[in-house]
Design a protein around this ligand. Structure first.
Ligand SMILES: NC(=O)c1ccc[n+]([C@@H]2O[C@H](COP(=O)([O-])OP(=O)(O)OC[C@H]3O[C@@H](n4cnc5c(N)ncnc54)[C@H](OP(=O)(O)O)[C@@H]3O)[C@@H](O)[C@H]2O)c1
Length: 330
């Protein structure tokens, strides 16, 4: 099978500067946490990457442990890249991370220099790459000095194995310290990747302010709360959905009657705005200019294309915002 990207791929996507850096990221990026692993149909995974790139999604987010099995999302992405997208490497921003358990023993988890740098080498091998664009510390490690973890990110950048450094799941205080340590090493912290959605608003408790002050970009993960912020579960738990899969991180008992009432009300607000709930959830995050990119997941080309249409209706009037707030606070 041959692939040539759409010639109009840059005509509709919005690109935002990542914090104070010169790097522009698409307003919508694609994450490979679910649906790109060894257990998933390869053809669908490949077609989603093609559809994303055709629509101007230039940023693909991975981590060492994405699969299942761990590592297989990077292997599959490497296959797609080397078979079809090799000529476009300079048009693509690839990120990976280390911080969660990847291999046995004391050097395959958390955030020591030993683990991070060995893991990055493994990720590069799996993806058949010379470098990634962004290398993240996936989570803070209470047993490793922050200086050591940030030193590993700085080293990866100096080695040319990563172009930029990022952090994920760090709280505001840890973020400010990490930014300061990285600044001292002349490797600025490019980006923070927190969980952020209508249902998960911890980032508003200080993190957004720190990022703005430090000039760090924000890419919001699980913007649909793993699919809850859509019409996916309005009529039960469909076969093949994330909540129905044994390896899905969304659990059946996350879908409570209380959350379903909220989802239904939000779905009605979205319908009145003339968009789907998933589209409204994405647009709602992007209304804050401190949000560089919204990092969606997808299990089909159809979902991906539908979510991209969030960019067609980005504005909210004050009444809509109040209505949404009221539902979320109930
Ligand atoms: N840094 C971290 O610690 C961390 C943690 C988690 C995720 N992430 C990153 O964030 C990315 C996105 O996370 P996520 O997959 O949880 O994001 P999400 O966008 O909140 O959820 C994606 C899931 O929602 C469902 N969905 C998407 N569009 C839909 C639509 N239009 N209608 C109905 N259902 C729809 C699909 O589930 P179905 O399978 O049910 O179709 C899809 O797989 C990950 O791939 C990863 O790159 C990072």
């Amino acid at each position: 099978m041959a692939y040539s990207p759409s010639p109009s791929r840059y005509s509709t996507m919005v690109y935002n500067n990542c914090g104070h850096s010169g790097l522009k990221l698409p307003a919508i990026s694609l994450g490979l946490w679910h649906n790109f692993g060894g257990v998933d149909p390869f053809d669908i995974a490949r077609d989603m990457i093609f559809a994303a790139f055709d629509a101007g999604i230039t940023h693909f987010d991975l981590a060492n442990n994405y699969g299942p099995p761990p590592g297989s999302a990077e292997e599959n992405f490497g296959k797609i890249l080397s078979n079809y997208l090799k000529a476009y490497r300079d048009e693509i921003i690839i990120s990976t991370k280390a911080g969660y358990k990847m291999w046995e023993g004391p050097y395959g988890d958390w955030s020591s220099r030993k683990y991070l740098l060995a893991s990055l080498d493994q990720s590069l091998r799996r993806m058949k790459l010379d470098y990634v664009d962004i290398f993240y510390s996936h989570r803070p490690d209470p047993d490793t000095p922050l200086e050591e973890t940030m030193g590993a990110l700085d080293h990866a950048v100096r080695q040319g194995k990563a172009l930029y450094a990022g952090i994920s799941n760090y709280n505001p205080e840890q973020t400010a310290r990490a930014a300061e340590i990285l600044r001292r090493m002349d490797t600025p912290c490019l980006i923070h990747q927190p969980k952020y959605s209508m249902f998960e608003r911890q980032a508003e408790q200080g993190l957004l302010d720190v990022l703005e002050k430090e000039g760090i970009g924000l890419i919001a993960f699980s913007p649909l709360a793993q699919g809850l912020l859509s019409d996916r579960y309005l009529k039960g738990i469909p076969e093949g959905s994330r909540a129905a899969k044994v390896h899905g991180f969304l659990k059946k008992n996350d879908i409570t009657p209380e959350i379903l009432i909220k989802i239904k009300k939000l779905n009605d607000i979205a319908a009145r705005r003339g968009q789907s709930l998933a589209q409204m959830a994405i647009a709602w995050l992007l209304k804050d200019k401190r949000v560089t990119s919204v990092l969606i997941g997808s299990s089909s080309v159809q979902q991906l294309k539908s979510n991209l249409a969030a960019l067609d209706k980005p504005d909210f009037n004050p009444f809509e915002l109040k209505e949404i707030e009221r539902v979320l606070e109930e």
